[in-house]
Design a protein. Structure first.
Length: 180
């Protein structure tokens, strides 16, 4: 009888996991873009702002302070402030993987799901010398954040606020800014 109960609860747990995985994948498949507020913690330094992501691989973020922006046109990533301008090949950053929803979907199919505090589902991706933790809300199964190492090997945790999906977005939003 004990074996039957263990099998039953294992089966229920597996089905719940498969069900949430399928719904996360469905949510991602049905998303062409999303806009959100964010809070980013890099080694205790907290920044906030708002972002728009358009799949595949485009992002525009305006930070609340220092007139800082982060923009990817799908090939390059630019971080610009009043006094600095940095341009990187997108492929050299973890955002190359995070902004590729087809890559995320393919990985989620094969990754182990971890439940954090009965609030979040976490998938850990290890690819191209990157370790990326992707977080989804356990109820809505929507993307709510990620954790990576930045180009300087600092731990960067990005949490997403309310998300608005599939809006009309002007293509010029993802045009890389020019250097001052």
């Amino acid at each position: 009888m004990l074996r039957l109960l263990i099998f039953f609860f294992t089966f229920l747990s597996f089905n719940a996991s498969a069900d949430s995985r399928d719904k996360i994948i469905e949510n991602l498949n049905n998303t062409s873009n999303l806009s959100f507020e964010f809070e980013q913690n890099i080694n205790g330094k907290i920044e906030s702002g708002n972002c728009t992501i358009e799949y595949p691989k485009k992002i525009y973020c305006a930070y609340d302070k220092n007139n800082k922006i982060l923009v990817s046109n799908g090939k390059s990533l630019v971080i610009k402030t009043i006094s600095s301008y940095y341009r990187y090949p997108l492929k050299k950053t973890p955002l190359d993987l995070i902004l590729d929803k087809d890559f995320l979907i393919n990985k989620i199919y094969s990754l182990e799901e971890n439940i954090i505090d009965n609030s979040y589902i976490k998938y850990t991706i290890k690819e191209n010398n990157n370790k990326i933790d992707i977080f989804f809300d356990i109820i809505s199964l929507e993307l709510i954040g990620w954790q990576t190492k930045d180009i300087y090997q600092n731990t960067a945790l990005t949490l997403l606020g309310p998300i608005i999906k599939n809006q009309n977005i002007k293509k010029k939003l993802f045009k890389l800014p020019i250097q001052n």
